[in-house]
Design a protein around this ligand. Structure first.
Ligand code: PMP
Length: 291
């Protein structure tokens, strides 16, 4: 049996969840979304994800008919309908049906749908061994054109970078901004460790302000680690002691090689391993219960 999907006000079988060819989410990537995780019967940082969804929608002037509370219930109920206590949730709001022009005023009703499924991005052994990745030529969108802080349905910038990475058999790409400062990976934020300090790019560089990123910064501060948001370059990654990515799907994952250079001693570092453990503990405690 397939999944039960929340689609435009009702819960339907996945075969019945069909989007119109006139939906501007499809025609133009006009919409916003969230990727959310449920762990041990709780939805991790659900409030933060719902808030970010509405903030993204506000910037693109997309009206969502549901309230925050109703949207929260959609996520919880979709999990219940699929009998999931652990899983990945994709919450999407598109501009809805319009004509073939760009004008969003021709789209009277936005469309909300929610998919909950069991997904795991990387095999467990990569959390112990770490990822080997590359930096790519495709630059992260400049905030002045389309701000990466908006989690929009237009992911072509990230997809172009992902294509470059996969051509070299690299599982991820590190993207730089237009000035050559490190921004983020295609679906994850990046951290480096240097002399005991944890460093990650500030949002103005042009990144999605990841919810996992913020959790990890808090966890590090609780450990008494100095955490800094500051710009850095590829060179700083090469000479870092440790490097890792954070994201809802990837969680906290070590990066041990970048552009063929071993980071530190080429093994996941101690701070990275501690933060992976802290993060896994946090996922047991945080967020509203599904039942
Ligand atoms: N950057 C990008 C471009 C992403 O798509 C994601 C995944 N949502 C992230 C960073 C990580 O954000 P989060 O921790 O909120 O999943």
């Amino acid at each position: 049996m397939g999944l039960v999907i929340y689609f435009d006000g009702s819960y339907v079988q996945e075969e019945a969840a069909k989007v119109s060819v006139f939906d501007h989410g499809l025609l133009y990537g006009d919409g916003v979304f969230e990727g959310i995780r449920a762990y041990h019967g709780r939805v991790f940082k659900l409030k933060e994800h719902i808030d970010r969804l509405y903030e993204s929608a506000r910037t693109i002037q997309l009206k969502i008919e549901l309230t925050h509370e109703e949207m929260t219930e959609v996520v919880l109920e979709t999990l219940r309908k699929n009998d999931l206590r652990d899983g990945y949730i994709r919450l999407v709001v598109t501009r809805g049906k319009g004509d073939l022009g760009l004008d969003p005023r021709k789209c009277p009703n936005s469309l909300v749908f929610c998919i909950a499924a069991g997904i795991r991005l990387y095999p467990e052994e990569l959390y112990e061994k770490g990822l080997e990745v590359v930096t790519v030529a495709t630059r992260r969108n400049v905030p002045e054109a389309m701000n990466p802080r908006v989690k929009s349905l237009n992911y072509l910038n990230n997809i172009m970078a992902k294509i470059e990475a996969t051509m070299t058999n690299s599982p991820e790409a590190i993207m730089l901004n237009n000035e050559g400062y490190v921004a983020e990976a295609t679906g994850d934020n990046i951290f480096i460790v240097k002399n005991g300090e944890l460093i990650t790019p500030p949002p103005f560089v042009g990144i999605l302000e990841g919810i996992t990123r913020n959790s990890v910064m808090e966890l590090a501060e609780k450990r008494g680690i100095k955490v800094s948001e500051k710009v850095f370059t590829r060179h700083d990654i090469y000479i870092a002691d440790e490097c890792f990515f954070t994201g809802t799907a990837a969680e906290v994952i070590p990066v041990v090689k970048v552009d063929g250079r071993a980071i530190g001693d080429g093994q996941p570092g101690e701070m990275t391993r501690n933060l992976i453990a802290d993060f896994r503990e946090l996922t047991k405690l945080d967020g509203p219960p599904i039942y």
